[in-house]
Design a protein around this ligand. Sequence first.
Ligand SMILES: [Ca+2]
Ligand SMILES: [Ca+2]
Length: 146
Amino acid sequence: MGYDHPTYVYWSDEGQFDASDVTELGGHASYGVEAFDLDGDVADELIVPGAWSDSGGQDTTSHVYWGSTHGLCLSDDLSTHAPGEVNVGDLDGDGYPELLFPAPYGGEDATIFWGSAAGYSDDDSSMLGDSWGGWAALLPVGDTAW
Ligand SMILES: [Ca+2]
Ligand SMILES: [Ca+2]
């Protein structure tokens, strides 16, 4: 059984949905999808955590689909460990939110992707360094005052 199940966005038109007005996004049995305006341009981005790899393993790809007035653009693809969900918060106060993906199944590290004007990438990320730190990463970080 594969886990290559996409994520669907149904677009509304004045509060009405039409089943034919749908966008299929990459996804891996994702749940815990978040909409958040990461770059402050008013259009929300869609953060799609990878729940499982296609083969069911923990090495997953999570996606940030960038919002615009024309819909969703191509994604930043991030290497994660079956996070299933994401937390968003500006941990260093520079105005760019960080993405915190837990690693809830153990044996892997939770990952912080640092926000910047260039978006998000594996090259600008930090492991929390504790194989069970994934559970701690499930705490909300969006309204911290530190
Ligand atoms: Ca935005
Ligand atoms: Ca930041």
